[in-house]
Design a protein around this ligand. Structure first.
Ligand SMILES: CC(C)(COP(=O)(O)OP(=O)(O)OC[C@H]1O[C@@H](n2cnc3c(N)ncnc32)[C@H](O)[C@@H]1OP(=O)(O)O)[C@@H](O)C(=O)NCCC(=O)NCCS
Length: 170
């Protein structure tokens, strides 16, 4: 692919025409990413092995974002009270809310985290390993746990400086 986009097999991108890639993107092996209503991936993004993106909504990934191994990003989900659940049920008997997930620049979804539909991970924010994120995460903060809660702030200035250097090199 152009722009130094590397996708290691076996990885499955479903509805490939829904994907837009920036520069310097790596998608590792065994990912399963559903294009849903659109997947936009920025520059210097690594999606590590066994990451699963499903739910049929949209995913917007900024620059310098990392999604570590085994994380799940759920961009939409079934209504639980008045409809059947799951792709094996007839579509007209299901109610699926196609939502979104936004991962802003410099954010990191660490190993095995789960991000629920409708969540925005703020610029520079970190979701600790194994966390379940149900609400927006403020910029330059670190959250951990299930449900994910504020742990501490993350320093910003050095990261921005390093990102400028990375762009100078391409
Ligand atoms: C969230 C994270 C960035 C915090 O790192 P840190 O600031 O160095 O945190 P510490 O290791 O000092 O831990 C501080 C406390 O938080 C707890 N903690 C750390 N990470 C946690 C997590 N993901 N979930 C729950 N608790 C966690 C520790 O047990 C410790 O608790 P204590 O004070 O009661 O002993 C880090 O723990 C993490 O999850 N990193 C992701 C690692 C990863 O996925 N790497 C990918 C490799 S490719």
């Amino acid at each position: 692919m152009p722009n130094n986009v590397t996708i290691f097999e076996p990885t499955t991108l479903i509805d490939k025409d829904k994907f837009k890639f920036g520069k310097n993107v790596i998608i590792s092996e065994y990912c399963h990413i559903y294009g849903g209503t659109g997947v936009t991936i920025g520059d210097f993004v690594h999606i590590s092995a066994n990451v699963c993106v499903g739910g049929g909504g949209s995913l917007t990934v900024g620059n310098f974002v990392n999604i570590s191994a085994g994380s799940h990003l759920i961009t939409g989900t079934d209504s639980i009270n008045d409809a059947l659940i799951g792709a094996a049920s007839p579509l007209d008997l299901r109610k699926v809310d196609r939502s979104f997930i936004i991962l802003k620049d410099y954010s990191w979804i660490a190993t095995g985290a789960i991000v629920m539909p409708g969540v925005t991970i703020g610029e520079g924010a970190i979701v600790g390993a194994g966390s379940v994120v149900t609400k927006d995460v403020p910029p330059w903060t670190i959250v951990i746990g299930n449900p994910a809660r504020y742990m501490k702030d993350r320093p910003k200035d050095k990261i921005i400086e390093l990102a400028r250097e990375a762009y100078r090199r391409i």
